[in-house]
Design a protein around this ligand. Structure first.
Ligand code: EPZ
Length: 420
């Protein structure tokens, strides 16, 4: 069942409840390796990447227990292996997130070097540079990162060469158990990094500056267990908001955090959407109108999130006017453009900018997903297109969107999963 068959043309109307954030729960699951007591996480999304993370923790010897559909308890007191093998890392690059915690808690880690992926080469040099500055001895050989440190890591002043989300997460987690104080400058400010930091503080870490570009961590001897609710997924929320906008519909998303989506909400308003928000809900209404094309540039938080870029390329494809979208974070994140052109989109790429002249309607076609957010963009285009679209390799989308066909059907879309 690796394809989605979508009959487009209906406006999406309805409500849904946001799932837990993939890019928060992945580092938080890795952080459980730092605690010498069980950690219980609630609002855990049901995603392939979470399943992979569970498998990785169990491969290390941890006990992972599912209490309810979305509550996981992780007990790492039985961890007795320290290697994240290629067969798991190749399915999920975020496995690199166990490097810092294993090193900080056990003094040793062996992690398969995550290769590149469809959107770019995605090196991890900043992760290694930061951990080396904290006293780790690291070699990269035969596709594996081997790291060790005698005794505890040492606090250090780090200035990251560029803003890296998981790079910040890795050194942040390692610093919690280091001897002394670590200052991370040019730190990522993404809400998911803040959520990781808040979970670490709940486990007894001493961290200040979360959400700013300078995070200060005073090392402590141990971290204890906690019960922590994972933050809602802002990218899932943004994706469903665009699903309503691209089909001229209306949607209310509950259990979300509008404050994490300022850049996206502003662009949706520029596109002509009527947006209302509360503390934990967002309502979008297109009032039946066709969106206006928008111009945007992706950037680290609080800038426009690169993980919403493909969704807005799809929106611009049917919007009125000419829109330009510039991708500044990854070097190859326009794989969805070729597929959208096959659906009739008028888009041309000039360097890292997609310039589109909106068409009144796209035409359904067989298309191929290449990465998680590109596949989301293709699904959105299919919802707006006239006729039938079959999105292939939909396992990409299952990594980051819980029950996508059920949620879209609940909003009035015609979507079903097929084999073939
Ligand atoms: C995280 O990836 C997210 N993944 C990505 O979401 C997201 O697109 C990205 O941050 C940017 O927001 C998770 O959190 C699991 P980066 P990450 O390190 O940490 C370069 C999704 O769709 N770089 O912030 O891997 C890198 O090549 C995924 O949910 C180095 O050069 O991204 C990129 O150009 C896709 N050296 C830029 O920095 C390094 O050591 C930003 O990458 C690290 C990164």
């Amino acid at each position: 069942m690796n394809k989605l068959l979508i009959e487009g043309g209906q406006p999406l109307i309805g409500e849904l409840h946001a799932a837990g954030a993939k890019n928060a729960v992945l580092p938080i699951l890795a952080a459980t390796l730092l605690a010498d007591e069980p950690v219980t996480l609630s609002n855990v999304p049901q995603l392939r990447d979470v399943t992979t993370s569970r498998a990785l923790l169990e491969r290390l010897g941890a006990q992972v227990t599912l209490h309810e559909p979305m509550t996981l308890e992780v007990d790492t007191r039985s961890v007795d292996k320290f290697c994240a093998p290629y067969d798991l890392v190749k399915t999920m690059r975020a496995s690199i997130l166990v490097l810092g915690p294993l090193l900080a808690r056990y003094g040793y880690a062996e992690v398969s070097l995550p290769g590149g992926c469809a959107i770019g080469s995605r090196p991890v040099d900043q992760h290694l540079r930061g951990l080396r500055a904290m006293g780790a001895e690291i070699e990269v050989d035969a596709g594996y990162i081997r790291a060790c440190c005698s005794g505890r890591l040492r606090g250090a002043r780090l200035v990251l060469d560029l803003v890296t989300v998981t790079g910040t997460a890795n050194v942040l987690m390692a610093a919690t158990l280091a001897e002394g104080t670590t200052v991370i400058e040019n730190a990522a400010r993404e809400p998911e990094v803040v959520d990781l930091g808040d979970c670490l503080v709940a486990m007894g870490a001493d961290i200040t500056g979360l959400g700013t570009d300078t995070v200060v961590v005073r090392g402590v001897p141990r971290l204890h267990g906690t019960h922590y609710p994972v933050m809602p997924d802002r990218i899932e929320t943004g994706t469903y908001l665009v699903a309503a906008a691209i089909t001229h519909g209306q949607i209310t998303i509950h259990g979300t955090r509008p404050a994490c989506l300022d850049a996206v909400l502003l662009k949706l308003q520029e596109a002509g959407a009527q947006i209302d928000t509360g503390s934990d809900w967002i309502h979008l209404d297109m009032q039946g109108r066709r969106p206006q094309a928008v111009h945007l540039r992706t950037a680290p938080h609080p800038g426009f999130p690169t993980d919403m870029q493909a969704q807005f390329v799809a929106l611009n494809a049917i919007a009125a006017g000419v829109g330009t979208i510039t991708e500044t974070v990854f070097e190859n994140r326009f794989m969805h453009v070729n597929e959208l052109q096959r659906m009739g989109a008028l888009i041309r790429l000039e360097g890292n900018t997609a310039i589109s002249t909106g068409v009144a309607q796209l035409t359904g076609a067989p298309v191929m997903a290449t990465d998680l957010r590109a596949s989301a963009g293709l699904v959105l285009a299919a919802l707006a297109a006239r006729g039938t679209t079959v999105v292939d390799r939909v396992y990409h989308i299952d990594r980051g969107y819980q029950g996508i066909e059920q949620r879209l059907t609940q909003l009035g879309a015609s979507v079903r999963r097929i084999t073939g």
